[in-house]
Structures are given as C-alpha cells and as structure tokens.
Design a protein around this ligand. Structure first.
Ligand code: GLU
Length: 483
C-alpha cells in the first residue's frame, strides 16, 4: 500500500465554519495514525477561503480540540486564505491555456437549467455556452471561472478502503472552480494545496467521494500526480442515520465539557470503523493503536457512534488514572456546580475521599456533580422513602431517635472513621432483627438517593455535626407524616 521509499504525507483540512465535529476529529485521527504508523508527516490545513462562513473562533475550537485529543500535527499550520496568490497563478495558467473560462450565467439561469434537467431525469450539469468565448470583452466582476471539461471517458480510481470507484466524467459538465481570480473554490484550492504540500494519501470522509473525480480532472489538466485516496465510512447515530445534533453532542468541545477523558475519546474514535489485530480487544492505548493501524482494516460500512459504549470506555479510563489526577480533574466540575464555595470543611483530602468512593462508578467527570452532591449539600427527598419495607412511622421515629442518641454519644476522642462507626452502629442495627431497618433510613437520609456509597463511608466524610443535622432533618420530616 505504501511505497517504502516515499515518505507518507497526509493532511486534515478542516473549514473553520463550526466547532470541531467528532467526525472531523475521527478523520484527523485516522490521518494522524496513518502518518505515525508509517513515520510520515501529518499536515494541518485550515480551509478558510469562504470569508463569510469562516470564523477565528471556530478555528480556535478546532485547534484546541485536536490538541486536547493529542492529535498533533507536524510543522506550521497552513491557511488557505494566505495562499490566494498561489491559486491565482494556477487560475491564470488554466485560463491562458484555455482549460478554464469565464462564465456569466446568472444563478436564476442555472437554477432553471438544473430544474429542467431534473424534470427530464438527467443528471444536473452545466455545459456552458461561454466555454469557447473570449473573456476580455465583458465585465469580469460578474463572472465565475469554470473548468472546461472536455473529457468523455469513464474515470476510475482505486480507493484504499472501497476499492474501485467509477464516474462518467462528462457528467460533471463544466464545473466551477473559482468565484474570481482571488476567490478559488474548494475543489480547486484543494488540488493545488495537496500537490504543493506533497500529500501522498488523501484520507477523508466518504461524503467527499463526489468531489474526488472533479479533483482528479483538475490534477490531469494541471499535470499533477494523483495521490492515493481512502474514503472513510460515515459516522452514524444509534438509529443508523448520519450523526447529527438529534443524537446528542456532536462536537469535541461538548464531550470535553461533559467530562470525557481525551485518552478515552481517542481510543473510542479510533475503533469507530477500524479494528486492530484482535477485534475483541477494545481498550487500546495510543501506542498500540499506532502500531496496529492499517487502512486495510477500516470497514466500508457506516460506523455507529454508540454513546453507551463511550460511557463504558470512559469509565474504564477513569479507573485507570490515579486518584490524585482524578481529583484534580473533578475539582472544576465541583467548583462549577458551586459545591466548593466557601465551605471550609471541604479540604482537598476530603474531596479526594469522595472521589475515591465515586471512582468505581463514574462514567464521566460530570457525573460527580449528581452522584456525590449530598457530600456538599443536604438533599431533599421523599420522606416515605426512609421507611424500610413495611415499616411504620412510629418505628422509624424510634430508630431515628436511637441513631441520634448513638451518634451524639460517640466520643470525639474515639476516631470518627468508617470502621469505628460501623463497629458502634452495626450491633445496634443487628439488635432490630433486620439491620436494614436502621441502615436503610440512615443511608437514605444521608444521601437522599436510591444508590450511594454506604452510610459509614458517607458519615466519615461529612463528619459528626453534619450527620446529626441529617438525622434532625429526617426527624422533622417524619413528624409531618400522617401514619
Ligand atoms: N475543507 C474540507 C472539509 O472540511 C476538506 C475536505 C478534504 O479533506 O479534502 O470537509
């Protein structure tokens, strides 16, 4: 597939017209992996010739997202907007050689033509009546530049993923290549750039397949060699339609904010349409992925973006990192939720203890805000939930009363830790014949949640004073209950 003597050069060429989409990130990743595997070069080119739609803020989002994922490019960033003179030179050349020409048809005329062709079930194309006219006589401001497409053959190229792809080249008509000498269109600029940047393999989404023959026709007209092509399968949502906002988050920034780890997203995107040697093995580190990555192993059919799987994978990565690191990563989420505002009790050590309890269950960093909220504030809850099985109000009142008594009497000199608390409270719970009678209301009152860590672990972290307050609140609430 790759010529050993020729250095592999690939590129990602995003247009800064929106946030970094996971699809673009996956394309960038496959290019990066391919380059790393063959020790080649990975170029980043910003395709910002569309002045109206391009925005520096999107460019920043794209660069930040790629950096965050650890998809590093080689050398400087290329901007198409800074290469206008280069494109102009080639446009001039094509015009001079009569391989391109000016066209004055208006949008209305072209729309009408397209409408008629569609009605007659013909492929819409524009064979321009200006193709042989002399350009100097009319106002060039109102004209666009088109490629003079005289080809009649079947155009074939061998896609590295999809094998042979064929097109009838005359079907493209005289397609447009620039709005003016200084405003090249995508298909034109891309051909010049890929040539000048010595790109050997073009790895991009399969939505670009219709552009490929147009680009090949331009390469032929300009006498430029044809790079190899590999068109990646689309990313689909759970319902197998193209991944869109309807399916949830689509940008890398959103995934970052939700608390996915870059290593996990890197791994997840890598196996989105590609599988390594052992296709059962899904957790792969960067080195393994680079070592195993081959375009031959990219699948042809669409790849489903399964958020459940990403959650599972992210959880696995969360459990791989050190408690210290996970704590540092979680703090911004707790801060954002307002949990760390002026609460002196929340020392780093305490937060670390909370994170240690949650690390086993967390799927993404943001989860901590909901699953561990009761460590930072008293949750409200439905009082009937405190009742264990068929327990009645009076029985619960008695249990809360004894819990209050036991807890208040725990000597602060004996240590307030989960082992000691268990040693003191458990025998009292056992005495009731069913320990759930005491442990359930205690845990529920502490967390206000159906699922949480055990009561002794929570008590150790929130301390004696807060535990007493929790019991008090339960007592006040139960007093209002009818029976
Ligand atoms: N600017 C194009 C895009 O964002 C690049 C396509 C290509 O890789 O040629 O889709």
């Amino acid at each position: 597939m790759t010529n050993k003597n020729k250095k592999v050069v690939v590129r990602i060429a995003p247009s800064p017209t929106g946030a970094l989409h996971v699809g673009t990130a996956r394309t960038a990743l496959f290019n990066y992996l391919f380059a790393k595997h063959y020790r080649g070069k990975f170029i980043l080119r910003i395709e910002d010739t569309d002045k109206e739609r391009s925005d520096k803020k999107w460019e920043k989002d794209i660069l930040d997202g790629l950096r965050w994922l650890g998809i590093d490019w080689d050398g400087k960033i290329h901007h198409q907007s800074k290469r206008i003179k280069i494109y102009k030179k080639y446009l001039d050349k094509m015009l001079k050689e009569k391989k391109a020409f000016y066209c004055w048809h208006t949008k209305e005329e072209l729309d009408k033509e397209r409408g008629e062709q569609t009605k007659q079930k013909q492929a819409p194309r524009h064979i321009c009546s200006y193709r042989n006219k002399d350009a100097t006589k009319k106002n060039l401001k109102d004209a666009i530049i088109r490629f003079k497409n005289d080809t009649k053959d079947t155009l074939k190229f061998n896609d590295l993923i999809r094998d042979e792809i064929k097109f009838e080249s005359e079907n493209f008509g005289d397609f447009s290549i620039a709005k003016s000498l200084t405003e090249p269109l995508y298909n034109f600029a891309v051909v010049i750039d890929d040539y000048q940047m010595k790109v050997t393999h073009i790895i991009r989404g399969e939505d670009h397949i219709p552009n490929t023959p147009r680009q090949i026709l331009l390469q032929q007209a300009l006498g430029m060699p044809m790079p190899k092509y590999a068109h990646l399968p689309l990313i689909l949502g759970s319902d197998k339609s193209k991944l869109s906002k309807r399916h949830g988050a689509t940008s890398v920034t959103e995934y970052k904010k939700l608390g996915y780890l870059p290593d996990a997203l890197f791994n997840f995107l890598a196996i989105l349409g590609w599988r390594g040697k052992n296709d059962e093995k899904e957790i792969l580190d960067r080195k393994e992925i680079i070592q195993e990555f081959l375009l031959e192993d990219v699948q042809k059919s669409g790849a489903i973006f399964d958020v459940e799987k990403l959650n599972w994978m992210n959880g696995e990565y969360i459990r791989k990192i050190s408690l210290k690191e996970l704590t540092q990563l979680s703090i911004p989420y707790l801060t954002e939720a307002g949990y760390l505002d002026g609460i002196k009790r929340n020392t780093l050590q305490k937060i670390q203890k909370i994170i240690a309890l949650e690390q086993t269950r967390m799927k993404k960093l943001l989860d901590i805000v909901d699953t561990a909220d009761f460590f930072f504030k008293q949750n409200d809850y439905d009082i009937t939930k405190l009742l264990w099985k068929d327990m009645r109000k009076l029985e619960l009142q008695n249990i809360l009363f004894s819990l209050d008594d036991i807890i208040k009497n725990i000597d602060l000199k004996s240590s307030w830790d989960k082992e000691n608390l268990e040693k003191i409270i458990m025998p009292e719970a056992e005495k009731l014949g069913d320990r759930g009678k005491m442990l359930w209301p205690l845990r529920y009152a502490l967390s206000g949640k159906d699922k949480s860590p055990g009561p002794f672990e929570i008590m150790e972290i929130i301390g004696k004073e807060a535990t007493i307050a929790v019991i008090k609140k339960a007592q006040n609430k139960i007093a209002k209950l009818q029976k």
